[in-house]
Design a binder for this molecule. Structure first.
Ligand code: ADP
Ligand code: MG
Length: 598
């Protein structure tokens, strides 16, 4: 075949292969356009899983009649004009290819009335043929209809799944976009029935209501809100308590300047922040909002713009990691009053106050708690009893000077050699003594390790590790940094390394595996936390062996000392495996359990 230029419609259909995979991708592009147009209210209508119709209607700035055909032209956009603009994109779209791509594989209509215009107009495209613009009634804003997706590309239509599945994808997109902008009202109608209606959320309580409506009550009832900013980087959002975890990473939402992103660095930072408080194989849940100068990130790295490139990835990684770790370090026993004083944002929140909970809930929680400890090894899906969760909110501003208060109360007995019972001002606290002590010992080991630096020990016989030549290059380049962490190695061949020295706590560990992990970490995130993480794992094992066993008799003094230690130990709301260490039953809850005063 001779070289020839492809017809425009075919070019657009090829581009559509990248941005339009299924009805949900149509919805994503249309919603992003509405948000870019400054909409405050967006209505979505879908039929037959979006395969028959995806319609998005907004009250944004609209498109002037004479620009309507342009909106459908390839590489035509109102969002950037110069290369300079491309380096600091503040809008969700900027490539000018979504509408022409969708128009090439569907029957598409745009009806719009621009800001200030006194009437609306409409263009339609079908089979590459543009009709209009012609006058059409429309209030300020835009409606885009995408019908019969892939009607002219049967090969692609075959990849569509059942209505149910496609609807699921549409709902996922709707949820993500709804979480990206609390200030915009969203409505979703499926086959003419309203299935979601979200009012604009102006305050914290309303935002948490939206989280409840989109992610379910479990998440928000077990999450803490935080807000932190430094050096031009801001991170806020909700972190699920370690005692509420998931088997998948499906409830991790990360928004960068309002755009949902998927980023290896940030995912790593999240995982790493929870490493100490989560059971192996469990994943944290969170909704995070990261904000920075758009010039510090390249969003033009991926056609669907979900992947981004940070100018300084390492800095962003460390900022996210440290912020989350600090929030999680505050998960330790707090008195209810302290919580109220330090978390004003949640006071008006929509979570039902613990006092309103039914007695039967409390009983179920206790049962669940007992069952959890009986089958701890499974680490099954479980979330903290609500009373416990509520007590674990971080006291970001309260400081720790509040020593005269004892949130965990005074020990009164040991039960079955496993639990400590303590009486508090307003009820009863039950502590799993082994789990709690394990955390305390672990945190102490870590602290002394940090304070005294890393004790290193030379290997009697150096361990040789075979890696690829580029990996050996990398190892050579970062050898000084690794030596500081106690890992000393030399290059002894194009693809061979010799490990001479290890951190003392890691003597006996698999040095080859450690080196390989360190190198792959360094390649991926530009720095290695692997040595530290492995050290922590070892300290955790030591802590487990070094802490009080179940069935050891403790005196009241010993029990009280343990309670006081818990109160001052970071992360002590959960043991080293992410299980809760204590729970609280208030007098009110006890009263309800016995139907007192009713
Ligand atoms: P991009 O969003 O990358 O600019 P699109 O093909 O999605 O490319 O849209 C092309 C242009 O059409 C946009 O730049 C914008 O000017 C206009 N447009 C699309 N949707 C809307 C809308 N809902 N409201 C106002 N203008 C819109
Ligand atoms: Mg767009």
């Amino acid at each position: 075949m001779p070289i020839q230029e492809l017809p425009e419609t075919l070019v657009n259909q090829i581009a559509a292969g990248e941005v339009v995979e299924r009805p949900a991708s149509v919805l994503k592009e249309l919603l992003e356009n509405s948000l870019d147009a400054g909409a405050t209210r967006i209505e979505v209508e879908v039929e037959q899983g979006g395969m028959r119709l995806v319609r998005v209607r907004d009250d944004g700035s609209g498109i002037p009649a004479d620009e309507l055909p342009l909106a459908l032209a390839r590489h035509a956009t109102s969002k950037i004009a110069t290369l300079e603009d491309l380096t600091c994109v503040a809008s969700l779209g900027f490539r000018g290819e979504a509408l022409p791509s969708m128009a090439s594989v569907s029957r598409l209509a745009i009806t719009s009335r621009a800001d200030g215009a006194d009437s609306g107009s409409r263009v339609t495209v079908s089979g590459g043929e543009l009709t209009g613009p012609e006058p059409a009634a429309h209030p300020r804003g835009t409606t885009v209809d995408v019908r019969d997706l892939f009607y002219n590309t049967p090969a692609r239509r075959k990849f569509l799944r059942t209505e149910r599945t496609e609807l699921g994808h549409l709902e996922t997109v709707f949820r993500r976009l709804a979480l990206s902008r609390f200030d915009v009202a969203f409505q979703l109608r499926n086959n003419r029935r309203v299935s979601a209606s979200l009012a604009a959320a102006a305050d914290q309580a309303a935002r948490e209501r939206r989280l409840r409506d989109t992610l379910g009550a479990d998440f928000i009832d077990n999450a803490v809100h935080f807000d932190y900013e430094t050096g031009g980087l801001a991170l806020s959002g909700w972190l699920a308590l370690p005692t509420y975890s998931r088997s998948q990473t499906d409830m991790q939402y990360v928004f960068l300047n309002g755009r949902l992103i998927r980023d290896k660095l940030i995912n790593h930072a999240i995982r790493h922040a929870y490493r100490d408080v989560l059971f192996h194989g469990r994943h944290p849940a969170c909704v995070l909002y990261l904000a920075m100068d758009p010039a510090r990130v390249d969003v033009n790295a991926h056609p669907a713009k979900v992947e981004v490139r940070f100018r300084d990835g390492r800095l962003v990684h460390d900022f996210v990691f440290r912020t989350l770790e600090r929030v999680l370090a505050e998960t330790r026993p707090k008195a209810p009053e302290q919580r109220a004083a330090t978390m004003p944002a949640r006071l008006g929140g929509s979570s039902p106050p613990a006092q309103q909970r039914m007695a039967v809930d409390v009983r179920e929680e206790l049962a669940a708690y007992g069952a959890l400890h009986g089958h701890a090894a499974h680490g099954g899906s479980h979330h903290a009893p609500a009373s416990h969760a509520a007590a674990a909110l971080p006291a970001a501003s309260a400081g720790t000077g509040d020593d005269d208060r004892h949130p965990l109360g005074t020990a009164i007995a040991q039960v079955h050699g496993v639990y400590i019972l303590a009486q508090t001002d307003d009820g009863l606290v039950i502590v799993d003594m082994h789990a709690a002590h394990e955390r305390i010992v672990y945190e102490r080991l870590k602290a002394s390790f940090e304070a005294n630096g890393i004790a290193r020990q030379p290997l009697l016989v150096p361990v040789t590790v075979e890696v690829s030549p580029p990996e050996a290059d990398l190892a050579e380049r970062i050898a000084d940094d690794l030596a500081e962490l106690g890992l000393a190695l030399d290059r002894v061949g194009p693809g061979s390394l010799a490990v001479r020295e290890l951190p003392a706590v890691l003597i006996g560990a698999d040095a080859a595996a450690l080196v390989r992990d360190v190198l792959s970490d360094t390649r991926e995130i530009g720095g290695s936390q692997r040595v530290r993480a492995m050290t922590d794992e070892l300290l955790a094992t030591m802590a487990c062996h070094g802490s009080v066993r179940a069935h050891r008799r403790l005196s009241l003094d010993e029990m009280n000392a343990l309670l006081r230690d818990m109160e001052s130990t970071p992360r002590s709301d959960q043991c080293n495996h992410g299980r809760p260490t204590w729970t609280r039953l208030s007098l009110a809850e006890l009263d309800r359990l016995f139907l007192r005063g009713q």
